[in-house]
Design a protein. Structure first.
Length: 246
């Protein structure tokens, strides 16, 4: 009887330790993601300001692009505070004009593309489209895809979008070496209990992997998905979102 009670107590203690480790890993990943999303917008905004200072009078579209990145940095700071408190960040869904958002994202990342000697082009097919989304978080997702293509790809990077009957597809392509399989696998991260990422089963590998994992999570929260397509001449990643039904 005493031996059985001892085994039960030991099993309960082990379960508690494992649960504590899981919660710690979840919070650590939330902090890492918030820091990742803070560094990128600050870098892009700084480069944008430097380009404005060099060229003289700022263009309205350049100012709007910098403002979008500063908003992304603000959300990342909110997420960092939430992560330290052990909870996910807040979301603010509205009707978002995807065409205008992509134009601002492209403008925001043009200075980073210039710094890497990369041509960044924007192409939209069809009529303008609306989706119901958190505008800043959607900008985080597209920004991660663009930044990955600029920093890890080669040649020309193309940001494109199109509306179809069921929603919107946003695609970023480059002429680099392509995605290594472990990074491509991050778009289908397993889920843990209570809606938390299955951190113990699949970890991001490097800054590029974390950016894709964040983008995949943003897509999922919007009812969409992130799809990595094979390409003989580089990588091609699509963010698919449902149409705005409101």
């Amino acid at each position: 009887m005493i031996a059985a009670a001892g085994w039960i107590a030991a099993a309960a203690a082990l379960a508690w330790v494992m649960r504590l480790r899981s919660v710690h890993a979840w919070r650590a990943e939330l902090v890492a993601r918030a820091c990742h999303e803070l560094r990128g917008p600050i870098t892009v905004a700084r480069l944008g300001v430097e380009l404005i200072a060099r060229d003289g009078a700022p263009r309205p579209d350049a100012v709007r692009a910098i403002d979008l990145e500063l908003a992304s940095a603000g959300v990342a700071l909110e997420d960092l505070g939430a992560a330290l408190a052990g909870r996910p960040g807040s979301w603010r869904p509205t009707a978002v004009d995807v065409t205008a958002l992509l134009a601002e994202s492209c403008e925001a990342f043009r200075p980073l593309a210039l710094a890497h000697g990369v041509d960044l082009d924007l192409r939209w097919r069809g009529a303008p489209a609306l989706v119901r989304a958190d505008r800043v978080r959607l900008a985080q997702a597209t920004g991660n895809l663009i930044a990955n293509a600029i920093e890890h790809g080669e040649g020309r990077v193309e940001l494109s979008g199109r509306a179809h009957a069921n929603g919107v597809e946003i695609e970023v392509s480059d002429a680099g070496p392509g995605l290594p399989p472990p990074v491509a696998a991050l778009v289908t991260r397993p889920r843990g209990r209570r809606g938390r990422p299955g951190l113990s089963r699949l970890r991001p590998r490097g800054r590029r992997g974390r950016g894709l994992a964040i983008t995949a999570e943003i897509a999922r929260r919007h009812g969409g998905q992130l799809v990595a397509a094979a390409d003989e001449h580089g990588s091609r990643i699509s963010l698919e979102l449902p149409a705005n039904r409101s």
